[in-house]
Design a protein around this ligand. Structure first.
Ligand SMILES: [Fe+2]
Ligand SMILES: [Fe+2]
Length: 187
């Protein structure tokens, strides 16, 4: 049962200012739940049907662990942790999904790299034609090309190692809570 008051309308066009105040208050509560929902969704990615030596959750934990151990700042570490969060819901556009989740809370360069990381990862797909493996070259002149190259080379493409000393999700919880408390989004 919903403990909160609800609006008077069934069509938005009939809403009163008070109704939309209620909606604004609800949006604020939704934002407060975001860190928990992100952590919950990350746990859902601990699947056992993948073709990699470790599951998706371990992959992103390892990516974030490498970023943190390289001295990366909060924006990069949280990006490493979330970069594949869209994988199980939007396998064809997972970078874009992750970037839009992160965008209100991180720097623009970090969101850009997350959005486009798929194109940079494809350089490592040994079974793909050259045209596909060179997809990243369309961004060669982009100011964040180098950052995307580094992100994938140093943190993402190498994070499938079951023998690596990967930090657990609990280690990154304070970071997730810190970053997603940074800015309210507006609709
Ligand atoms: Fe990815
Ligand atoms: Fe990845």
């Amino acid at each position: 049962m919903n403990p909160y008051p609800t609006v008077s309308f069934t069509e938005m066009r009939r809403g009163t200012p008070g109704d939309f105040d209620l909606i604004d208050a609800n949006d604020a509560r939704t934002l407060c739940k975001l860190p928990d929902r992100i952590l919950e969704h990350l746990r859902l990615t601990a699947d056992d049907d993948g073709a990699y030596p470790i599951d998706r959750l371990q992959h992103v934990l390892q990516t974030a662990t490498r970023a943190e151990r390289d001295g990366a700042d909060d924006d990069w570490v949280v990006a490493a942790l979330l970069h594949d969060i869209g994988d199980i819901l939007a396998p064809c556009s997972h970078g874009a999904v992750a970037a839009e989740i992160l965008r209100p809370f991180v720097r623009a360069d970090v969101a850009w790299v997350v959005h486009h990381h798929g194109a940079f990862q494809r350089a490592y797909y040994a079974n793909r034609p050259e045209s596909e493996r060179n997809e990243r070259e369309q961004y060669r002149e982009h100011p964040h090309y180098g950052a995307a190259l580094d992100f994938c080379r140093d943190w993402d493409q190498c994070s499938f190692d079951p023998g690596y000393d990967t930090l657990p999700l609990e280690h990154f919880e304070p970071l997730v809570r810190r970053v997603f408390a940074r800015a309210p989004c507006s609709r």
